[in-house]
Design a binder for this molecule. Structure first.
Ligand SMILES: [Fe+2]
Ligand SMILES: [Fe+2]
Length: 235
């Protein structure tokens, strides 16, 4: 029953994605940190390309379980820092937690498209155990590198979702009706399709790219996040 999932999402948690956002924006590598971040992401992309091939629905479902981690870790660490130092965060705690929630909604959407098999669930549990701890330690050691890596990861996500759209347009992947949860969350028309969903998800990823490159830029200049207003209001 489409359009009736407000048990899970409250109307004020829904929003319209900004699909006019620049999808091509790329942070040019200048510093060593940029290079480490970029090539680490490229190295991580290679095995996922081999594993998923052109199964973009499955790929999206699996990778969103990872994508929803950095915002929560960063938000949590900034939250603890705010408590420890008796200082405001400049809205960055909320911005990063909003990112985590937005990514989790991507997962809630794509699990309607591709159902996880038992071995995929096992893989997700293993990867989460490793990735959560690795990102936690990385954020403690270098929040600048952590945000830059996420910025580049999001650039890859935009590329993957563009390929997903291409496969739909070529008729190689099905373009069925959008899941009800997606119609509510992004306020899509009732007859929206998977293609419409992929488009709004891709716009979300472009927003995360900009937020994380911005955070990395602030650190790069030796400044503090809290002194720059966080890009808030995005779900
Ligand atoms: Fe996502
Ligand atoms: Fe993202």
């Amino acid at each position: 029953m489409q359009g009736c999932v407000y048990n899970f999402i409250q109307p004020w948690e829904t929003y319209r994605a900004d699909t006019s956002i620049d999808l091509k924006r790329h942070h040019r590598m200048e510093t060593m940190i940029d290079k480490i971040a970029f090539w680490t992401v490229k190295a991580l992309r290679a095995p996922t390309d081999i594993f998923f091939q052109k199964r973009y629905g499955c790929r999206a479902m699996m990778l969103e379980t990872v994508a929803a981690v950095p915002g929560m870790v960063g938000g949590m660490l900034l939250h603890l820092k705010s408590l420890r130092k008796f200082e405001h965060s400049g809205g960055w705690i909320r911005a990063l937690l909003e990112e985590a929630e937005n990514e989790r909604m991507h997962l809630m959407t794509f699990m309607e498209v591709a159902k996880p098999k038992w071995y995929e669930r096992a893989l997700v549990v293993t990867v989460q155990g490793i990735f959560f701890n690795a990102y936690f330690l990385l954020y403690l050691a270098s929040p600048r590198l952590a945000h830059r890596m996420v910025g580049y990861l999001e650039e890859e996500a935009i590329y993957s979702y563009t390929q997903y759209l291409h496969e739909i347009d070529c008729g190689r992947l099905p373009n069925g009706p959008a899941p009800a949860i997606a119609i509510d969350y992004w306020r899509l028309p009732k007859d929206a399709t998977i293609r419409d969903v992929v488009q709004v998800v891709r716009a979300d990823e472009a927003h995360h790219r900009d937020v994380n490159h911005f955070a990395a830029d602030i650190h790069e200049e030796g400044k503090r996040l809290k002194d720059f207003p966080a890009p808030l209001g995005y779900h």
